[in-house]
Design a protein around this ligand. Sequence first.
Ligand SMILES: [Zn+2]
Length: 95
Amino acid sequence: MQQFFLRQGGLRRNLLFVREKGGYHPKNAEQLAEAYCMGALALPEEIAFEDHYIACARCAEIVENTALYVGAMQVAARRLREFVRGVERVETAVD
Ligand SMILES: [Zn+2]
C-alpha cells in the first residue's frame, strides 16, 4: 500500500494519506473519524481531517455514519447509567 503525506496544503501534512479506490484518503479513515467524533484528535489533525472530508464524499459519509453511531452509543450509555442509578436507589430503599 502506497502511503504518504500530501504536500499540497500545509494542514494536510498532519495526516497520512493512502491511495484507495476513488482517490487519496487519510489512512485508517474509520478510526480517524471515530476519534474526530469523540473529540479525541489533536487540533492539527482535527483541522486537517476537516479540510479533507469537507471535499471528499467518501470520508464525509464515514464521518456522518460515525457521528450517528457515536451519538447512539452516548445515548445508550446515558440510559444505562440512569438505569443503574435507579436500581441502586431501589436497593438502598429496601436495605
Ligand atoms: Zn477521503
